[in-house]
Design a protein around this ligand. Structure first.
Ligand code: NAG
Ligand code: NAG
Length: 199
């Protein structure tokens, strides 16, 4: 518990919605995962990456925020289901995990640098000095500031456990991780992490 204990400094809002009560069959794992560029999909993911910057947490959680529309809005009950909103006030980090039912995918969105966050700017600047080896990846070097923002804060545990829970409800569906700027860097660590989680 040491590393992940939520000291008084970290405020974590783990607003987990209980899984929909009407049971769904676990979908069979689809094997044809194509990586062909799809502009609509890319735009949808940019909209998720943009929504995670919203500061009105109630509007974000209920998916009624001003950026929670267009491609990510709920259409015919086929839209976005927020599962977990993760806020680390001390480190100025924000992320959410939900399920996009149109895409049949779990969405993880991680916020990037906040203009007025001194902590974030420091993390951005650390990279030149302290590149570190990525665990279990010989010769791979990562930006230590971004990596510690992901690894040494509530983000890593909160995101992976929310993804686990969503997979318990919906089976082994795809997980899409998105983020802009520093959020994109952390999204890469997160994607690598989740790729190593057995469903
Ligand atoms: C692109 O992705 C959207 C979902 O965002 C999907 O509805 C559409 O069929 C996809 N297009 C192609 C050509 O795969
Ligand atoms: C990442 O987090 C783990 C678990 O808390 C910790 O043991 C490890 O030292 C961290 N890695 C880095 C490079 O900070």
């Amino acid at each position: 518990m040491e590393r992940w204990s939520l000291g008084a400094k970290v405020v974590a809002l783990a607003l987990l919605l209980s899984a929909a009560s009407h049971g769904r069959e676990l979908p069979v794992k689809s094997s044809d995962r194509s990586f062909i560029y799809n502009h609509t999909l890319a735009k949808t993911l940019v909209e998720y990456a943009s929504a995670v910057y919203m500061t009105d947490l109630t509007a974000l959680f209920t998916w009624t925020c001003s950026r929670c529309n267009d491609l990510t809005q709920v259409r015919d009950h086929q839209g976005f289901e927020m599962r977990s909103l993760i806020v680390d006030v001390e480190n100025c980090l924000q992320a959410f995990v939900g399920v996009d039912h149109s895409l049949n995918s779990i969405i993880v969105a991680i916020r990037g640098t906040q203009e007025n966050s001194v902590q974030n700017w420091i993390k951005d600047l650390i990279w030149k000095q302290l590149d570190l080896s990525y665990p279990n990846m010989p010769n791979a070097k990562v930006h230590s500031g971004f990596f510690s923002s992901y690894n040494n804060t509530i983000l890593r545990l909160a995101i992976t456990s929310a993804v686990h829970k969503a997979r318990k409800s919906y089976g082994d569906i795809n997980v899409i991780v998105t983020g802009h700027s520093m959020g994109g860097a952390m999204a890469s660590f997160c994607a690598l992490d989740l790729a190593n989680i057995s469903p």
